[in-house]
Design a protein around this ligand. Structure first.
Ligand code: ARG
Ligand code: ASP
Length: 711
């Protein structure tokens, strides 16, 4: 007895460091209700998720397979982020009517805009099905294990009774130690209702991305339509607004530091249970490699984007996408160092071993396998980032696959159409001369950083950046895939013509300098690295499954939650500011005055719409100001969130909507690997700012009239 107390006391610091006190992304049927209540929650776990009765889960959806959204009116009105609705807002935009720049507000339901292909998913039930999925898998690993699990999943699905509009998805948790089945209802008629201009919805753009203090009105609104029976249906003008089982009331009460809050949504991917060795490799090797490639690519793009407005437009979205994770990884590395993640994990492993010696061989083997995999994994990180960031190599990859398909007789009309569509899309925003520079520079980095045994023949000579720039420019001019060279007078950018004589095209492609260069790049990767990384990963997966099970068996004081995997989760915490650096202290709330402080007229990131400025000048804030007399804009809390949580509702102790999650604070982006409540903060748009913009800026009172506002 005494021994036990001693050991759990030993475990305590590690437990706290892993954020169990306030962290975790919980399966909604397995909430940590006791701690939620102790932090101030006034409703019960059953109010949040109840398969048999309307509950908060009936207002939370996965938006188009990636982000989260929530229902905020009895007429199926949906709220999500501006950056989640971005592609749809863009799709409705033309040069004459640019909804991204100007914003969009339907005047009534007839003015709402359909978005073919966009879906939202409700989760109506969750069941643990481990006992149905694991039998017969006991001694299997790798491909055999996957095969048996898939068979068991199919067998399980077959005997379930579902409606025509429902599907079942069975998902692995805890590295294959448990399985859960989700009943999903997918709605397919989703219409755009409103979006602020980018100068509000994307205010601060890349400079402020991942940054606190933040001042972004990152929201947009859609509506779910259903058939006459309120069931999911394809788009039809006869469809009616969906009547939800539940919608979120919206609170406009002032927030206080330490207020309880929870976030309900679809976090994408985290890895909280890795061994120390894996975290060390991410921090010291793979993250820095990926950052280095993107450093070079982004800097090269920026040089031209700065001086050429057409390039600026052409590359804006690509640049933002590459910069988003580049910036995240930089914060992640810093945060892992600062939170002492590797040391803490090592200590935790020792504590576990002292309690259960059977864990030692697992950790020893993990150490051995990760060390063995490291050089291959590092090569893989460089390789993948090069292919992603050199658009010319991306193109060469596509053409190489095409050659293979053509020669295998698989290029039917349908495949050809899809290929042409993809190429048209790529060439639209492709500046071949600029990308020749990017390609030259990232390949110089690659040649410099890659050990000789991995380097393709002749790539050793690519180390000299200046020589490379000249050489790539010449190759780019001669190549037919860049659209600078031509094939009998036809350019690749003229996609339809380019594919009229496929036999000649394939002959010419095989001789193309970029297709050849990419060919040796890829075959050297395949020969030296690919199989090795994957084989070691299979071993690591098996060990990680065992390590996960051993952690759960051994650390009885810790409450475990499965890593994020894009399934529905609840995370909770408190409204809180932060102290990210020595002598730096951040408040939890920003205001409209702060939006004005950042205003730079004419700037592409910090310009503001005139109307917002005049609302600020006239102080026409109505009920949307807080006790300071200003309109709250963004706030932070200790909710444990990740990518995919964008658009998730932030709720108060009673289940009222108080904010819209959209980002995390840079100093805490290591939360995906080592959540630390001292450093990690999620960032939300305040509901008061959202309502202020809808009401005072957009004059869309008809939308407010649908909502239930809690004062
Ligand atoms: N960092 C946030 C997330 O990972 C927001 C990204 C969108 N905004 C941007 N400026 N790129 O998705
Ligand atoms: N911005 C992210 C998203 O789009 C959220 C995050 O990473 O915190 O899901």
């Amino acid at each position: 007895m005494k021994r036990k107390i001693l050991l759990s006391a030993l475990l305590l610091p590690a437990v706290m460091a892993f954020g169990q006190q306030y962290g975790g992304m919980w399966i909604p049927t397995e909430l940590n209700e006791k701690e939620m209540k102790s932090l101030g929650m006034k409703i019960s776990a059953k109010d949040i998720f109840n398969p048999d009765k309307a509950s908060i889960k009936d207002a939370v959806v996965q938006f188009d397979g990636g982000c989260t959204a929530e229902v905020i009116s009895p007429k199926g009105l949906l709220l999500t982020n501006h950056h989640c609705g971005y592609d749809n807002i863009q799709a409705h935009s033309t040069v004459e009517n640019d909804l991204l720049t100007n914003g969009f507000w339907a005047k009534d339901m007839t003015g709402e805009l359909p978005n073919p292909g966009v879906t939202v998913d409700f989760i109506t039930d969750i069941k643990e099905v481990t006992a149905q999925i694991l039998p017969g898998t006991e001694n299997l690993t790798g491909a055999d294990l996957t095969k048996k699990i898939n068979e068991n999943i199919e067998a399980y699905k077959k005997v379930q009774k579902t409606e025509s509009y429902q599907t079942i998805s069975v998902r692995s948790m805890y590295y294959g130690n448990k399985f859960y089945a989700y009943v999903i209802e997918t709605f397919k008629d989703i219409r755009l209702v409103g979006a602020p201009p980018s100068a509000i919805g994307k205010y601060g753009s890349d400079t402020d991305n991942w940054v606190w203090p933040r001042h972004t009105g990152d929201f947009s609104m859609f509506r779910i339509y259903a058939d006459k029976n309120n069931k999911p249906a394809e788009y039809s003008k006869d469809n009616i607004p969906y009547t939800p089982k539940h919608f979120l009331p919206i609170s406009v009460k002032d927030k206080k530091e330490d207020d309880f809050t929870f976030v309900f949504g679809f976090p994408g991917r985290t890895t909280e249970y890795l061994p120390a060795i894996a975290v060390e490799k991410i921090m010291k090797e793979t993250d820095p490699a990926m950052i280095a490639v993107r450093d070079v690519a982004l800097k090269t793009l920026d040089e031209k984007m700065r001086i050429n407005p057409a390039t600026k437009i052409q590359y804006a979205s690509k640049y933002a996408r590459v910069a988003n994770y580049w910036k995240k990884w930089i914060g992640e590395v810093e945060g892992l160092k600062k939170s002492n993640a590797v040391e803490k994990k090592k200590q935790y492993e020792q504590t576990l071993i002292s309690k259960n010696p059977a864990i030692k061989p697992t950790i020893d083997q993990l150490n051995q396998k990760y060390n063995e995999q490291a050089p291959y994994n590092l090569h893989k990180a460089y390789y993948s980032e090069i292919v992603r960031n050199s658009e010319t190599f991306t193109l060469a990859g596509i053409y190489s696959n095409y050659i293979q398909s053509y020669e295998a007789g698989k290029m039917d009309a349908k495949n050809l159409e899809a290929l042409k569509a993809r190429l048209t899309e790529l060439y639209k925003d492709y500046d071949a001369e600029l990308d020749a520079k990017v390609t030259a520079k990232v390949l110089a980095l690659y040649a410099d950083k890659t050990p000789p045994q991995f380097l393709p023949k002749d790539f050793g000579q690519l180390k000299d950046v200046n020589k490379n720039l000249g050489m790539m420019e010449n190759v780019s001019k001669a190549s037919i895939i860049t659209g600078r060279g031509n094939m009998n007078g036809v350019k690749a950018t003229d996609v339809n013509k380019f594919f009229t004589d496929q036999k000649t095209l394939v002959e010419n492609l095989k001789k193309d300098p970029f297709v050849q260069m990419y060919g040796s790049f890829k075959s050297s990767y395949l020969a030296t690295t690919d199989a090795k990384v994957n084989a070691l990963q299979t071993d690591i997966d098996a060990l990680q499954k065992k390590f996960m099970a051993q952690q759960m068996e051994t650390d009885k004081d810790r409450k475990f939650f499965p890593d994020a995997n894009s399934t529905l989760r609840v995370t909770y915490g408190q409204v809180k500011g932060s102290e990210p650096r020595d002598a730096v202290s951040y408040g939890y709330q920003t205001h409209l005055a702060g939006v004005m402080e950042k205003y730079i007229p004419g700037d592409y990131e910090f310009d503001l719409p005139k109307k917002l400025i005049s609302l600020y000048n006239s102080k026409d804030y109505g009920v949307y100001k807080d006790k300071t007399g200003d309109v709250p804009v963004n706030f932070t809390a200790t909710n444990h969130t990740t990518g995919g949580n964008s658009g998730s509702p932030a709720l108060d102790a009673y289940g009222n909507l108080i904010g819209l999650n959209f980002d995390r604070q840079w100093e805490g982006t290591m939360s995906d690997i080592n959540y630390d409540p001292k450093l990690c903060r999620n960032i939300m748009v305040d509901t008061k700012y959202i309502l202020f913009v809808i009401d005072k800026y957009a004059d869309s009172k008809w939308l407010l009239n649908e909502m239930k506002i809690v004062k």
